[in-house]
Write a protein that binds this ligand. Structure first.
Ligand code: N01
Length: 539
């Protein structure tokens, strides 16, 4: 097999990294377009985050109907068992995709890409793998998602613990017996919420160490029958049409009205209606000024607080879980969906420790020393999050043409063109990267939209006989500025979240995600293509 470019000596046209939605989509479609493609994946199966995050209760916060590829060949004979599918079902989904698309044969599993550099003479990327082999390609396309670098804070004594300890994203693939165990969960993000809901069912004791309350939203989960699936499928074509037209690539969008222009009765009725819907409708389908108007946001918070407090039975936990005043504007740290999170805390076997009052001083052989008290545990779960959005890219030693790696390039601020290309890194394109809608976009929606753009881009370059493309410094500076300017019109920068890198000590605080919404993003990337890619130098 030869590569598509006439004179290239590369082993592959494209090397992809990561076998989640984006990597799998690109692999299948690049191959269909005749490109010789190889996908490298550190895990030993398809699935991306759904391979790594196999803790009990891990499930997606989008409804299955939108959290899948739009290809009818795939969905016509695929049924979801739950409205919000679990990791078990999503793994089965990836196997179903593989049966149809036969992607596995072009994947190398259990292999990590640990470095890459561009060879100017040959115009190829040299991609170094941890099996010692180096492969070359014309285009290097990391598809790493936004949460591929798990992070555990540097708690003193961590290595001395003699029980079982795991980060949520490194849960053992063979499972973990939690029955009758004493379990510590550090963190209250989406992972912690989901783990608590399962662990509390059979554990002897679960202790949750909370720094900031999670403003979680009722999921309104539902089992789906065959008849439900038939009914849903009648709407799939319409849903797939809708996805790119909405802010977050969902099946719904913000409410057409603002809170500010609504009367008191309208506000009340709308909040009530959206609360009944639950899920991310309460976040990204609410009044369209809740993420920019402090008064609207506060009203949204107050409604959430009053509804949530009704479910908390231990009086001493009310202020900790649903405080009178918000810890930050509602939704500027990613909320998550819960099924019975607050009821867990009503159980006798669940305890909440406020680490602001009782800090985690150190970890010792039998447990955690916190606020002057020794607490013994059999299992410690670090649900402490990720070096999100940019961390997946910077953990690989990807060298630019000036010899500096990406970590050095981005140490004082990220610049990308359209969230997909980087000055000094020719012929490298990212999917789901920084300054793209990534963390604000339903994964499969952006996997398809960015995937299609990347394929078109490579085809256009081949047609023009261009073998080296590089994002312009000025175009990239403009894009970085646009990202920040849009974010500054919202309340998002006010949260100490992973959206701004605030969860990682020393990380430059900057808005990491393009916050203008999918339709505006699409307009920008399509304009770039239609205008002949003016933001790139082409040789
Ligand atoms: O991680 P997080 P996550 N001492 O960063 C706490 C996606 N996701 O794995 O808030 C004490 O949200 C930290 O406290 P604070 C989703 O996009 C999706 O839960 O910084 N605590 C926080 O509570 C999500 O947003 C799904 O004060 C410490 C927690 O650890 C993203 O992945 C499921 C600490 C980290 O929460 C990340 O979620 C799972 C310390 N030193 C994940 N350091 C679904 O689709 C950190 N914390 C459902």
């Amino acid at each position: 097999m030869t590569t598509k470019a006439k004179n290239s000596t590369a082993d592959f046209d494209v090397v992809l990294v990561g076998a989640g939605f984006a990597g799998v989509y690109l692999l299948y479609h690049l191959r269909k377009h005749g490109y010789k493609t190889r996908l490298i994946e550190a895990g030993h199966d398809l699935g991306g985050v759904w391979h790594w995050n196999c803790y009990p209760g891990a499930r997606v916060d989008s409804i299955g109907a939108i959290y899948q590829f739009s290809d009818p060949e795939l969905w016509q004979d695929w049924d979801f068992n739950e409205k919000f599918p679990s990791w078990v079902e999503l793994r089965k989904y990836f196997h179903h995709v593989d049966k149809k698309w036969r992607v596995r044969k072009d994947c190398q599993f259990d292999t990590r890409v640990n470095g890459a550099e561009f060879d100017e003479r040959q115009r190829v990327w040299k991609v170094h793998k941890d099996d010692g082999e180096t492969i070359t390609c014309r285009y290097f396309v990391p598809c790493l998602g936004f949460a591929s670098k798990p992070v555990i804070p540097n708690f003193p004594g961590r290595d001395t613990f003699r029980g079982v300890a795991h980060h949520s994203a490194h849960w053992p693939q063979y499972g973990l017996d939690m029955d009758d165990k004493r379990i510590a969960i550090i963190g209250t993000g989406a992972s912690a919420v989901q783990i608590l809901q399962e662990a509390s069912k059979t554990a002897r004791q679960v202790t949750v160490f909370q720094r900031t309350p999670n403003l979680t939203i009722p999921m309104r989960q539902k089992k789906l029958s065959k008849a439900d699936n038939v009914q849903m499928k009648a709407h799939y074509p319409e849903i797939f049409e809708t996805r790119p037209r909405t802010f977050a690539g969902f099946e719904f969008d913000f409410h057409p009205r603002t809170w500010a222009e609504s009367s008191e009765e309208e506000r009340k009725a709308t909040f009530q209606e959206i609360w009944e819907m639950g899920a991310f409708n309460w976040w990204l389908g609410n009044f369209n000024d809740v993420l920019s108007n402090p008064a609207a946001n506060r009203a949204e918070y107050d409604y959430w607080r009053d509804q949530t407090r009704k479910r908390i039975k231990k009086p001493e936990l009310i202020e900790l879980l649903a405080p009178t005043d918000p810890p930050h504007p509602f939704g500027v740290k990613r909320p998550c969906l819960e099924q019975h999170f607050y009821e867990c805390f009503n159980q006798d076997n669940v305890e909440l420790v406020d680490v602001n009052k009782y800090p985690i001083d150190r970890i010792y052989d039998r447990g955690i020393f916190s606020g002057g008290k020794e607490r013994e545990f059999d299992i410690i779960v670090y649900a402490t999050g990720f070096d999100a959005v940019s961390g997946g890219m910077t953990q690989i030693d990807i060298k630019g043409t000036d010899g500096r790696n990406l970590r050095q390039h981005w140490s004082k601020g990220i610049t990308t063109h359209l969230g997909m290309a980087i000055p000094d890194f020719p012929n490298l394109l990212m999917s789901y990267g920084p300054q793209s809608p990534s963390g604000f976009c339903n994964g499969p929606t952006c996997a398809e939209l960015q995937g299609d753009w990347i394929i078109q881009f490579i085809e256009d370059m081949d047609q023009k006989g261009v073998s080296r493309i590089e994002a312009d410094t000025e175009a990239s500076a403009n894009w970085a500025r646009t990202t920040i300017e849009i974010a500054d019109q919202t309340l998002f920068p006010q949260g100490d979240s992973w959206y701004v890198g605030a969860n990682i000590p020393g990380k430059t605080r900057e808005f990491l995600i393009y916050p203008g919404g999918v339709p505006t993003y699409l307009k920008a990337i399509r304009k770039e293509a239609e205008s002949g890619y003016p933001g790139f130098s082409q040789m």
